[in-house]
Structures are given as structure tokens and as C-alpha cells.
Design a protein around this ligand. Structure first.
Ligand code: NAD
Length: 467
């Protein structure tokens, strides 16, 4: 039986109740974590508050050294952690290793370097401008990139000099436990990092509302993000929100169609489509529409669906039965709305495990639910357009604004279109993800940025001394 990590030691929850952790490939219970309570949150926040004075006063370079040691441990344990993530959330093992584990180890290293070079003071006129740690941070994370999302918050907050209480998703919590082990073994002082597992409406809400928590950093659905922001408003705390998306991949007529469609399909289906920045809407000119649909169908049919540990698997299961039901509901809804199901569908590809077929819809019109709402599964919608202006309007026509992509005959032209997109990131002609670049949303995709220097600045207060 696992415990909570509070004030530097593993401590039983006051509830005695557990959350079962299920392997989505086998549907079997593989572990149990405590269902934390509000009084567990009180203990963790008290420990983080008590640790804040000393930790915030350490030299940033010393904080950086500790984070560098922790990043080293993440790398040393990468294979084991990747196997944990493949088992509790279902990511294919290669993806679990490279993207889900080694990438966050790299992010942790980047914050170690930033801490070492943190320019905490500057001058303007007769003022000395100081940047000080924001205080005690409540970090709430989802299940889809469970280590990465925790590291984005925890490493940046610790580098800034904040102390942290982390609440991982109840659905795939084991990577957060591995992170707690790593920080403990790296020698982080007691109370600086605490882990309370459990349910959102209990542990998450207690953190968001807690008067001694100075900032809440949340990644998850827009619905839960709204609730967190409302609760945080009670004590006027800082709030950073990384929420959902419905990102558009605009393929202009002079782009390399084959390359753009192949890349677009893989960006829509990575991690079984359970990626907030997934390019789930492919926007193609009418003149190339039929060709693009055929290319997308052919690409989708090359996907091997199966056991995350099997050689050659590209699509693992969805994380839970609830998530699979949600995706199946959207596949039915798309057909009811009049979109054309061109491959995939609602059949279960395997007898056991929460698998869904890689699915493509053609004839998707702006305003359909499958065009507007986040599905969070391997479902791609292909939407036709007649002009660049129309493509931009469709791309910007959802409540979200997280990411996007533009393919064109030249980088210059693609960048011109990308400047018109109301989103936090845009990939140009297949530009790859950069974990050092700021990430976050416009509109209902969130508030604030993670990664890179803006990701660190989220955790700093600014003070001006007039001299
Ligand atoms: P979710 O909102 O259900 O849960 C996220 C976290 O919030 C979990 O830890 C959960 O326990 C907690 N939570 C739930 N209700 C809460 C409440 N009332 N108060 C406080 N905490 C609460 O989301 P999920 O299903 O775990 O993750 C999928 C969602 O996350 C998708 O919408 C996806 O787009 C989004 N996401 C966004 C980003 C990003 O960076 N923008 C990254 C990954 C995932």
C-alpha cells in the first residue's frame, strides 16, 4: 500500500481509503494509491509553508544543482519509469520512454540551468526590481503526460524558490510517485515538495481554495479549470491554467500534401489522441480535399493497435473505460451530425483493453460538435475550405486556442498565416515540438505559460524598491 509524501516522509492518509490504479491494456487493478483528504492537504500545505522561508532563501544556483541531480536520477531510472507509464496510462513503450520520460528529464535539466542563471534583479530609473518566489504552490495535473505535466510545474516552481504540493490525476498517478522518489533521493529538504494523491473534487478543490496556498497551477480540462479558478478567486491567489484544445492543421494548396497529411495524422493520433495540443482538425482546400482524405485513410490504416509493450504498436489503449465511452459517443455523434466516417469507427479492435480504432471523418463542417469539442481520442476531422481567410476563420472558430499548424509552399507564407491564428503555439511546415519554448493557451485553452523562461516567471512575484 502506497502512502502520501508529506514533509519529507511517506505518511498514511487520514482516510484509509484507496483509489485503484488500472492497467488500461488489461483492465486489471495493478496498484492502489491513497484517496487523500482535506486534512491531508492541510498537513502538506503546513509542511510546504514551514519549508518556504529556508528554501526561498537558498542560492538559486544551489536549487539548480539539486534539480540537476534530480534530472540525472530521472534519466538513470528512465526505463523503469517509462514501463510504469506504459502500464498505468497505456502509452506505447517507445513513446513512454522518449516523450513521456526523457523529455521531462530534459525539462528538469533546463530549469536547473535557468535557476543557476536566474537574473532576479534589475534596475529601472530609481527603482531596483526584484523577482521573488510566489510562495506555496498547489500543482494539479492530468493523466495523459503524467510525468511531463508534473515536471513542468514542479521543476519550474522549485527553481523559482517556491514550495509545492502536487496532486496528480487519480487515473494514472504512478509517475508522480516516481517523481517524489527522485526528489527525495536527490536530497530535497523536507517539506519543499509534497504529494497528495486522490480525487479532484476533494484534494484538488482543497488545494485551490486553501488560504495558505499562494498559487495554483492546473493542467486538465477546461471544465475543471473553471472550477479551480473560481475557488482560487476566494483568496485571490495566482492561477495558471493549461486546458483543452481543438487545434487546426491548415494545409494550403501549395504545400507538400503527402508530407502534410502524413504528419498531420501522426500528430492527431500520438498518445492515442490523448494530447491537449493534438492537431485534431485537418483543414484542406476543396481542390485537394479528396486526395487528402484518401491519404489520411491510408495513413490511419497503417496504425498497429495493441499492447503498449509489443514491438510495432503505435496506438495503445485509451486510459480508461470512461475515456473510451466518451470517444465512442463522439464517433456516433459525428455520424448523426452528417459527417462521413471514412475509416475506423465504434468497433472494439481487441477483446480486452480500452482500445479504439484510429478514426477519420470527412465532410466535417464548421460548427459540428466533432469540429468544436475536444474528443481526446484517435479521431481526426477533415474540414474543407475555399480560401485562406476561410481557413483562418475556421481555425479560430472554436472556444479554444492552444496550438495549430500551417503547411505552405514557403516558410514565409506559412508564418504569415500563423500570425493570424489565436493560439499559443503553431508548427510551421512540420516544425517539431520544442520543450524550451513557452507552451499555453489563448482563449479557453488557459492562462499563463509553461516551459522556457515564461514557465519559470509564472512562479515569481515582482517587487519594486524605490531608491
Ligand atoms: P480533468 O480536468 O478531469 O483532471 C485534471 C486534474 O484535475 C486531475 O488531477 C483531477 O483530479 C483534477 N480535478 C478534477 N476536477 C477537479 C476539481 N473540481 N477541482 C480541482 N481539481 C480537479 O482532466 P483529465 O481528464 O485528467 O485530462 C484531460 C484534459 O486535460 C483534457 O481536456 C486536455 O486537453 C487537458 N490537458 C491540457 C494540457 C495543456 O497543457 N493545455 C495538457 C494536458 C492535458
Amino acid at each position: 500500500m502506497r502512502h502520501l509524501y508529506v514533509n519529507g516522509s511517506w505518511t498514511p492518509s487520514t482516510s484509509g481509503e484507496v483509489v485503484n490504479v488500472i492497467n488500461p491494456a488489461t483492465e486489471e487493478v495493478i496498484d492502489q494509491v491513497p484517496a487523500g483528504t482535506t486534512s491531508d492537504v492541510d498537513s502538506a500545505v503546513a509542511a510546504a509553508s514551514a519549508a518556504f522561508a529556508a528554501w526561498s532563501a537558498t542560492a538559486p544556483a544551489d536549487r539548480g544543482k539539486l534539480l540537476a541531480d534530480a534530472a540525472g536520477l530521472l534519466k538513470d531510472r528512465a526505463e523503469q519509469i517509462a514501463a510504469t507509464i506504459a502500464t498505468d496510462m497505456g502509452a506505447p513503450i517507445k513513446l513512454a520512454l522518449k516523450v513521456q520520460t526523457l523529455m521531462p528529464a530534459g525539462v528538469m535539466e533546463s530549469y536547473a540551468r535557468m535557476a543557476e542563471t536566474l537574473a532576479a534583479e534589475s534596475r529601472v530609473g530609481n527603482s531596483l526590481i526584484l523577482r521573488e518566489p510566489a510562495g506555496v504552490v498547489g500543482a494539479i495535473t492530468p493523466w495523459n503526460y503524467p510525468l511531463h505535466q508534473a515536471v513542468c510545474k514542479v521543476a519550474a516552481a522549485l527553481a523559482a524558490g517556491c514550495t509545492v504540493v502536487l496532486k496528480p490525476s487519480e487515473i494514472a498517478p504512478l509517475a508522480a510517485y516516481a517523481l517524489a522518489d527522485v526528489l527525495h533521493d536527490a536530497g530535497l529538504p523536507s517539506g519543499v515538495f509534497n504529494l497528495i494523491s486522490g480525487y479532484g473534487p476533494v484534494v484538488g478543490e482543497a488545494l485551490a481554495a486553501h488560504p495558505q496556498v499562494d498559487m495554483v497551477s492546473f493542467t486538465g480540462s477546461t471544465k475543471a479549470g473553471r472550477r479551480v479558478a473560481a475557488l482560487a478567486g476566494g483568496s485571490v491567489k495566482r492561477v495558471a491554467l493549461e486546458l483543452g484544445g481543438k487545434s487546426a492543421n491548415i494545409i494550403l494548396p501549395d504545400a507538400d500534401l503527402e508530407k502534410a497529411v502524413a504528419s498531420g495524422v501522426s500528430h492527431a493520433f500520438v498518445n492515442s489522441g490523448q494530447t491537449c495540443s493534438a492537431l485534431t482538425r485537418m483543414l484542406v482546400h476543396w481542390d485537394q480535399y479528396d486526395d487528402a482524405v484518401s491519404l489520411a485513410v491510408a495513413a490511419a490504416r497503417t496504425y498497429t493497435v495493441g499492447d503498449p509493450f509489443a514491438e510495432g504498436t503505435r496506438l495503445g489503449p485509451l486510459v480508461s473505460a470512461a475515456q473510451r465511452n466518451r470517444v465512442i459517443r463522439y464517433i456516433n455523434l459525428g455520424q448523426e451530425e452528417g459527417a462521413r466516417l471514412v475509416t475506423g469507427g465504434t468497433d472494439y479492435p481487441l477483446e480486452r483493453g480500452y482500445y479504439v480504432e484510429p478514426t477519420v471523418f470527412a465532410g466535417v463542417a464548421p460548427g459540428m460538435a466533432i469540429e468544436q469539442e475536444e474528443i481526446f481520442g484517435p479521431v481526426l476531422s477533415i474540414v474543407p475550405f475555399g480560401s485562406v481567410d476561410e481557413a483562418v476563420d475556421i481555425a479560430n472558430g472554436t472556444p479554444y486556442g492552444l496550438a495549430g499548424a500551417v503547411w505552405a509552399g514557403s516558410e514565409e507564407k506559412a508564418v504569415r498565416v500563423a500570425r493570424r491564428l489565436r493560439t499559443g503555439q503553431v508548427a510551421i511546415n512540420g516544425g517539431r515540438f520544442n520543450p524550451l519554448a513557452p507552451f499555453g493557451g489563448f482563449k479557453q485553452s488557459g492562462v499563463g505559460r509553461e516551459l522556457g523562461e515564461p514557465g519559470l516567471e509564472e512562479f515569481l512575484e515582482v517587487k519594486a524598491l524605490q531608491l
